[in-house]
Structure formats: C-alpha cells, structure tokens
Design a protein around this ligand. Structure first.
Ligand code: FAD
Length: 510
C-alpha cells in the first residue's frame, strides 16, 4: 500500500513506532481530526506486538502485588476489546489446577472472587471450581490433579489488532510508513523535522515516541532527550507445540519457582506455551534460548498427562517486555502499567511500558495531552473487520458468531474451514474476497488473499504474511512457505531449511 503524498503537509503528530501503542494512538488521533503520520522501522506490529501471549487479561497474578488499579483498568478494557474486535478476539477459559505446595485454595478462591468482581462483566463469564475427574479438561492433566478452578479472560490476535487499528487510522487520513526508520528529529522552536531512513524528511508539530523496547533509546538518540525513565528489558519466550488436548480450555500452571506459565490452544492444531522472563541488555539481543525451551517443556510436563518432547516443538519466538525500571523489585513485581513522559521544553511524549490489553486507554491518556478538548470515541467503535450490524441488543461477539454462520452457509462452494479461517482473520473483508474468487492456491494461501495483505495491510514479504497477517507459516510446511516466498520474489532456501522454526524478534530496520 502506498501513501499518495505523505510529506506535502505539516503533520499534527508524528508517531514513532507502529506496534500496538503507536497504531492505537494513530487511530484515536486521526478519528479526532488530527493529521497523523506513523513511522515504523520494520513491519507493522513486527516487534513486541506480535510476540505477546495474546491475552486480554486483568492479570490474575498481579493481584498478589496489590495492583488492584491496574487489574481493574485491564478487566474493564477486556470487555471493550472483546466487543469492538470480535473477529480477532474471543473469551478464553483457563483451568487453574490445584496442588499441594502451590498457592492455597482459599487464596486462589479469594483472588478469583476479586477478579470476577473488580470490573463490570457482560461478555466474560465468572469463575467456578471444577472436579477434574468429571470435567473434560482433566483429560489433559496427569491423574493426580483432581481439583481446579475454571476462570475466564480474553484472547486476541495481537498482530492483527495492530493492522486493524492502522487500517482505521489510514481510512481517517493517517499516513502509514512501514519499513522506514526515524533517524533523527530536531525541533526548531516551531516544529519538528524528522529525518527518515529513506532520506526524506517529514515535518510535524508534535512527536509521540511509541517505540516499545526502543523507547528509551529513541528518546535519547533520536529526540536528544535524557528525561525518559530507564527501561528494564525482559525477554519473554514462547514455544508452539503439537496441540496438547482437544478441548477449548487454556491452562494456567503454577510453577515451583513461583512463576506461572500458560498453555493455550493455538491455531486449531497447536498449543502456545509461555512465557519466560530473562533480563537482556538490548532488544536486538532477544532470541529464545535452549534453556528457555527446556524450561517451558518441563513446566508444562509437570502437569500434562501426555508429556511433550523437544520433537513436539514446531515453532519458537521471543519478545521483549519494556518494563519501567523499579529498583529493588523482582521481574514479576515490576509494573506492567504504562507511563507517559512529557519531555521538557518540546512538544514530544514518550510512551513507556503498557500491555496489549490496555492499549486503548493508553491512547486516550495520550490524547488528553496532545489533543486536549477533543472527545474520546473508540470505546464503542468496532475495528475494521468487526463492522457488523448488531441485532436486538447483541454483543459484538454474538453478532460476529451469527455473521460467520451466515457466511459459511452463503459460501457453500468453499470448504467451511477455509471460510472460517478467512472470517477470523479478515472479518468482514473476507466476504468480498470470497465473492470475487480466491484465485490460485499458493502453498495453502490464495493469490487474492496474498494480494489483499499487500494492497490493504502493508505486507511486503513472505514473513509478514506467514507469521503476522496470518499464522499460516505453522500450517503449510516448508514447501508451502517456499511457494509464498516465491510469490513475493524472495529467495527460498532460508525458508526451506528453517526447521524447527524460530521466529526472531524483529529489530527495527532488520
Ligand atoms: C513475552 C510477552 C508476552 C506478553 N503478553 C501479553 C499479554 O498476554 N497481554 C498483554 O496485554 N500484553 C502482553 N505483553 C505486553 C505487550 O505485548 C506490549 O505491551 C505491547 O506489545 C507493546 O507495544 P508497543 O507498541 O509499545 O511496542 P512494539 O510492538 O515493540 O512497537 C514498537 C515499534 O517501534 C519501532 N521502532 C523502534 N525504533 C524506531 C525508529 N527509530 N523509527 C521507527 N520505528 C521504530 C519498532 O520497530 C517496533 O515495531 C507481552 C509482552 C511480551 C514481551
């Protein structure tokens, strides 16, 4: 997708970073009438915002650190997100098995009672104690686990959430510049001039630095500011394995070191297991280690009835949590909240920390600073793809479920699985694509589909499509991946040889 004339104007705001925070701020600002440019060094959502656990959660475990405000804010946001983006998010149940030596049952019951009641719930059910000998979820676990709680949170396709926000920002006039790094930004007392990696420059009244784990570096080296708080960079890794069980539940598994790991149904055929916590010096150093892989396998196998082996790992990836450095606190206690830093003497703001879950309120807080007097509008505005008419008081989730059923029925010439895949990827954009015909099969994807990612979602490489616009890289094997790479005119050797697959944390400009 090309922007017709991005630089013929003075932008109200230039946003550095096209992860979830930059994307969301762009959408909110553009909807309030500001002219916006988003400059992203790599692929949009290519860094932290495609490497998360993908939970829309209050963070049950943060209750242990009395972070009630953070949890309440996130729980309220959980309902909003599930309602405005039902094509890429859904309520997700979690089984929390009880066992001797872990947190006692009364403590978990009390925590879940709080969790159920800290914020209003319309979509997400409440928690329940279950007997694992009777419940289907018990089959996934070793027989010694007989008691558990089932509680609910949400799940979202993080990378697609970024795309949807940027699509709406672009529809409202924002210029989106992927694969372009901001090298330097100078303020002359009246406006900013940003120097971009392609040699062009761009003028803006204000800057929002939403560079995630690079925020501190960008504040210092690009904006020339030393008043941004220090970031603690904590690598978190995930493995993707064969599906460990057939039910729809996820598992929240307590570990002897006090940590918890999640085992989440992923992409129908797989399980996503994460995460780890490992301090690193720079985002560029992020890469999952063998120790982390073994840690996650052991952590899951402590509970599973059919233990996983190294051969069951089909994919691995690492992300970097940009946490606000708090002296004297361990990694689990360090705040997952965000902070907005207004740089002294210049119209520039750095966003530090945050979660996928709270990205919308973060953007609203940014608007209070950069566009005071304008009104919030996003809490009830469905994202592109979820723009479905709601009948008789339906929630977004209910409306989407009805719409998918109708789509499957209407597209009877297509395999229902394919129709559903496109529906939960593209939402309403799937309909015209199916109506117009999908074209040639390219390694398991379709030509019209690939063209859609290029024309409407800023995709420019096989990786963009296989691991972020979709997760088809998991499903189609090395030959399919090579075909997609060929379609993009890329050399294919690297794709074919990469087994087991490791998706490196994307570094800007790489
Ligand atoms: C392992 C892990 C698990 C997580 N799980 C969850 C979860 O389950 N739920 C949840 O709510 N949150 C979760 N999070 C947190 C969440 O993922 C992050 O808070 C969020 O993705 C941060 O988004 P961001 O936009 O700030 O950063 P990013 O997505 O990293 O975006 C920053 C962007 O800035 C770009 N950039 C950097 N320098 C420049 C430059 N000079 N010019 C232009 N662009 C530049 C980068 O390329 C990058 O794309 C998790 C995080 C991790 C690491």
């Amino acid at each position: 997708m090309t922007d017709p004339a991005p630089f013929d104007r003075l932008f109200d705001v230039a946003i550095i970073g096209g992860g979830i925070n930059g994307a969301r701020i762009a959408r909110d600002a553009a909807g309030r009438g500001l002219s916006v440019a988003v400059i992203e060094a790599g692929d949009i959502g290519g860094a932290t915002s495609s490497a998360s656990t993908k939970l829309i959660h209050g963070g049950l475990r943060y209750l242990e650190f009395y972070a009630f405000g953070l949890v309440r804010k996130a729980l309220a946001e959980r309902e909003v997100l599930l309602d405005i983006a039902p094509h890429i998010s859904w309520p997700q149940s979690f089984i929390l098995p009880l066992s001797k030596g872990d947190r006692p049952e009364w403590m978990l019951r009390l925590g879940l009672l709080l969790y159920d009641n800290l914020a209003r719930r319309k979509i997400v059910p409440g928690s329940k104690r279950i007997d694992l000998r009777q419940d289907r979820a018990g089959r996934a676990l070793a027989p010694r686990f007989t008691r558990a709680f089932r509680y609910w949170d949400g799940w979202v396709d993080d990378a697609r959430l970024v795309v949807a926000n940027l699509q709406d920002a672009a529809a409202k006039g924002a210029a989106i510049l992927p694969r372009t790094r901001v090298e330097q930004a100078m303020h002359d007392g009246a406006q900013w001039t940003l120097t971009l990696s392609d040699g062009r420059s761009l003028a803006a009244r204000q800057i929002v630095n939403a560079a995630g784990p690079w925020a501190e570096t960008v504040a210092r080296t690009v904006l020339g500011r030393n008043d941004s708080p220090a970031l603690r960079l904590v690598q978190g890794s995930h493995i993707v394995t064969r599906r460990v069980h057939l039910g729809r539940d996820s598992f929240m598994l307590q570990q002897p070191d006090g940590r918890i790991i999640f085992v989440i149904p992923y992409e129908r055929d797989f399980s996503l297991i994460g995460t780890t916590e490992r301090d690193i010096a720079a985002p560029e150093a992020a890469a999952i280690t063998e120790d982390e892989t073994n840690y996650l396998l052991e952590a899951a196998n402590r509970y599973l009835s059919h233990p996983l082996t190294r051969d069951d790992v089909v994919h691995r990836f690492a992300g970097v949590r940009p946490l606000i450095l708090e002296c004297g606190k361990g990694d689990r206690e360090t705040r997952r909240d965000f902070r907005l830093v207004e740089h002294a003497g210049v119209p520039a703001l750095t966003v530090v920390g945050g979660k996928i879950t709270t990205y919308r309120v973060l953007a609203e807080d940014v608007m209070k600073i950069i566009a005071p007097g304008t009104k919030p509008w996003t809490a009830k505005a469905p994202l592109p793809g979820s723009d479905i008419e709601r009948l008789g008081g339906e929630t977004g989730q209910q409306a989407f479920a009805r719409w998918v059923d109708n789509l499957v029925a209407a597209q009877e010439n297509y395999d229902p699985k394919l129709v559903k895949r496109l529906a939960i990827t593209l939402g309403t954009a799937a309909e015209p694509l199916l109506n117009n015909g999908l074209g040639r099969n390219i390694g398991g994807l379709f030509e019209a589909e690939l063209q859609h990612y290029v024309d409407h979602e800023w995709a420019a490489s096989a990786d963009d499509v296989l691991w972020r616009r979709t997760k088809m890289g998991l499903h189609i094997g090395s030959v399919g991946r090579a075909e997609v790479a060929q379609w993009f005119g890329e050399a294919t050797e690297a794709v074919v040889d990469d087994v087991p697959l490791t998706h490196r944390f994307a570094t800007p400009g790489s």
